[in-house]
Design a protein. Structure first.
Length: 262
């Protein structure tokens, strides 16, 4: 990150409140399909967000990632849903989660299943997902990569696959940020976020006893694949489409049910 000071790791941040759901600039950008949109740190540094790419159809780089997915897929921080919609069109069992109502609405309108929920809240199919995706910088969710890796491990089936998109440089930093639009209007409250490069993510994964399963660069984007080292329990249920959908409908309160298209 040129021209920006490195951030000290500091103490881990607590599990995040659903801060993006109060972000009017983010919701407005998803509804319009374009930016500009930024994450702004407290020191004023801006990170551009690729709204147009997120709101477009899955591109060649995305499709390569989706080809690597196994079994039932959970897309954490699914945004406007291009990956969920593509997997659904392939007939795959897939669920997107996002704390933004606008993101969930758009995902459903594209034909995908989506739930308005934080990854740190109870989720359908815990311990039975075959693949979890952390794309578009979502490895930064919560500002504590170690805590996020621990949570993802609990969501995956034993030996399950995590595919994470990492930052383009060797960084490992944490900050509080706000979402900012072109008018300078910001989300209501700063929330914790992290930026993690491939070497740093591999270090966090090693500490959490994940097994490396691959790393690659496609275009200007970088990815890491990790295998969960969690062992199967005798009571674990096998992942299947019926279990995922049933769990979603039964466990989710009516006020938090998947958003249906208007």
């Amino acid at each position: 990150m040129k021209g920006a000071a490195r951030l000290a790791p500091g103490r881990p941040f607590p599990a995040p409140a659903p801060a993006w759901e109060t972000s009017d600039p983010y919701a407005a950008a998803l509804r319009s399909g374009h930016g500009p949109l930024f994450l702004r740190r407290t020191d004023g540094w801006l990170l551009p967000l690729e709204v147009e790419r997120w709101c477009a159809r899955a591109d060649a780089v995305d499709l390569d990632v989706l080809d690597r997915c196994e079994g039932a897929v959970l897309d954490v921080g699914c945004g406007p849903g291009r990956l969920v919609a593509e997997l659904a069109a392939r007939g795959r069992t897939v669920l997107g989660i996002d704390v933004s109502e606008a993101a969930v609405t758009r995902t459903v309108r594209l034909g995908g299943q989506s739930l308005r929920r934080s990854v740190f809240e109870p989720l359908p199919g815990e311990g039975r997902w075959d693949t979890v995706l952390l794309m578009d910088g979502n490895v930064g969710i919560g500002g504590d990569p170690g805590a996020l890796l621990g949570r993802v491990a609990a969501l995956l089936a034993p030996g399950g696959l995590l595919i994470a998109e990492t930052a383009g440089s060797d960084i490992d930093e944490r900050a509080h940020v706000q979402v900012v639009g072109d008018t300078g209007r910001a989300s209501d409250h700063p929330f914790p976020w992290a930026r993690v490069g491939t070497p740093a993510l591999l270090r966090h994964a090693h500490d959490a006893e994940w097994r490396p399963a691959g790393q690659w660069t496609s275009g200007e984007r970088r990815f890491v694949a990790l295998r969960s080292s969690r062992r199967a329990s005798s009571s674990a249920e096998p992942p299947n489409s019926a279990a995922v959908i049933s769990s979603q409908r039964v466990r989710k309160p009516s006020a938090d049910s998947p958003v249906t298209p208007a």
